[in-house]
Design a protein around this ligand. Structure first.
Ligand SMILES: [Zn+2]
Length: 133
């Protein structure tokens, strides 16, 4: 079995959904292959972590929102390097755009405050105040 094939079956192995033969093949590969073995350990640790999270009753259903994000992060980590880089790049670009928008808003706000000193407001009738105030 090739590494790819083994890695595709790792979660099935953890969930005990492999046939006896497949299971043996995967385990044999894991004994021999350090990379897959590491992958397996990580996945297992993650699954255990998830089970621990699932165990207590969720007071606020954060998990439901959190899980897809986590799944996305993990899926992304399995992508080939170039693809991952491209995704990270596009995310960076959108974050930079948000940053620019935020920055412009702050600048505009500051500018409004600064300029408002120079704007002479039309005189309004002074309700409840003395005319000289
Ligand atoms: Zn392998």
């Amino acid at each position: 079995m090739r590494c790819e094939e083994v890695q595709e079956r790792l979660s099935a192995l953890i969930d005990e959904q492999l046939s006896q033969t497949e299971r043996e093949q995967v385990l044999q590969h894991l004994y021999a292959c350090e990379a897959c073995s590491r992958e397996y350990q990580e996945l297992r640790r993650f699954v255990e972590f998830c089970r621990q999270l699932e165990a207590p009753e969720p007071r606020i259903d954060l998990w439901r929102e959190f899980q897809p994000m986590l799944a996305e992060i993990i899926a992304e980590q399995r992508l080939p390097f170039a693809q991952r880089l491209r995704r990270q790049w596009s995310r960076l670009v959108s974050q930079v755009c948000y940053g620019i928008i935020l920055f412009l808003q702050v600048v505009t706000y500051q500018l409004t405050i600064t300029l408002s000193r120079y704007i002479v407001e039309p005189e309004r009738p002074a309700y409840g105040r003395s005319a000289q105030g």
